[in-house]
Design a protein around this ligand. Structure first.
Ligand code: PLP
Length: 285
């Protein structure tokens, strides 16, 4: 495997960043993950729009222009022979003597890009079974709209989920509403067949997959409501699922101890998963 690190393509096993990288010391950086599907980058434009927004919100410079970034992403994907998988891109505020204040303005941001293959058949098989989620109290900062590499609450929540035989942990805010998962957005389908997900105004990352699923639902004539929902409502919902570039649509069949509906993925979740790539933007490699 090959990784891109600050201007060089290097063997993945030897790809390193400096110990004074601000990402390493302060989690002072942002990232993106795009799906690679059948030799296409999925929703690249939207992911790069969000990356630029994350950088802006943290007063961080882009490491280079968008065209150059796209070219390097493609090169990393190509060198790793990925046709189905994920590309990971991380920008930090660069290498500087450890000090909380921003480094001097001429400090170049650090850029790392990696790509790896995934097995689409294994993913489809997992989706046919569905997954379990647990719920945990929301304990993250208010700026979860920024795709920051500071993910300690997400790491702890997802580890707890894993230890309880679940795939994801849903954060629950002080009002009892589900915000989102540790690395996914959260959805339910109500008993009357309405698709529901939390508004992106607060408490969640504005998922790219989430946005595409909203557009797909409109195309399919599925009624949709953007509003908060509680854990109790989710447990008694007709369907539940999670979305992310890494999982697309993954049905949820258990929430804590509660089995969702009959314990099998629902029809709307399955249809949204099947048709997802009909509406996502595909950029050939
Ligand atoms: N929410 C969180 C906290 C995430 O980390 C992610 C993706 O990694 C998502 C939601 C889903 O976002 P996207 O669909 O853009 O991958």
């Amino acid at each position: 495997r090959v990784a891109y690190v600050n201007g060089q393509y290097v063997p993945h096993s030897q790809a390193c960043v400096h110990i004074e990288d601000r990402g390493y010391q302060f989690a002072d950086g942002v990232y993106e993950v795009c799906e690679i599907w059948n030799g296409n980058i999925v929703d690249e434009r939207r992911h790069l729009d969000r990356l630029e927004r994350s950088l802006r919100e943290l007063s961080m410079d882009a490491p280079m222009g968008r065209a150059a970034l796209c070219m390097i992403m493609r090169e990393v994907i190509r060198r790793n022979l990925v046709r189905n998988g994920l590309v990971y891109l991380q920008v930090t505020r660069g290498v500087a003597k450890r000090d909380h204040y921003f480094p001097p303005r001429d400090t170049p941001p650090a850029l790392v890009i990696t790509a790896r293959s995934t097995d689409p058949r294994a993913a489809d098989k997992a989706a046919e079974a569905g997954c379990a989620v647990i719920t945990v109290p929301e304990n993250r900062w208010e700026r979860v709209d920024i795709k920051s590499i500071g993910l300690l609450p997400n790491v702890l929540a997802k580890q707890k989920a894993k230890e309880q035989g679940a795939k994801e942990a849903w954060f629950v805010d002080a009002q009892g509403n589900v915000t989102e998962g540790g690395s996914t957005n959260a959805w339910i389908v109500t008993k009357d067949g309405t698709l529901v997900t939390r508004p992106a105004e607060s408490g969640i990352l504005r998922g790219i997959t989430r946005q595409v699923v909203i557009e797909l639902a409109a195309r399919e004539g599925i009624s949709f409501e953007e509003r908060p929902f509680t854990v109790e409502e989710a447990k008694s919902a007709r369907e539940a699922f999670i979305t992310a570039a890494s999982t697309i649509v993954m049905p949820v069949v258990r929430i804590d101890e509660a089995v969702v509906a009959n314990g099998h993925p629902g029809a709307i979740s399955r249809a949204l998963r099947e048709k997802f790539h009909e509406v996502s933007e595909l950029e050939a490699l």
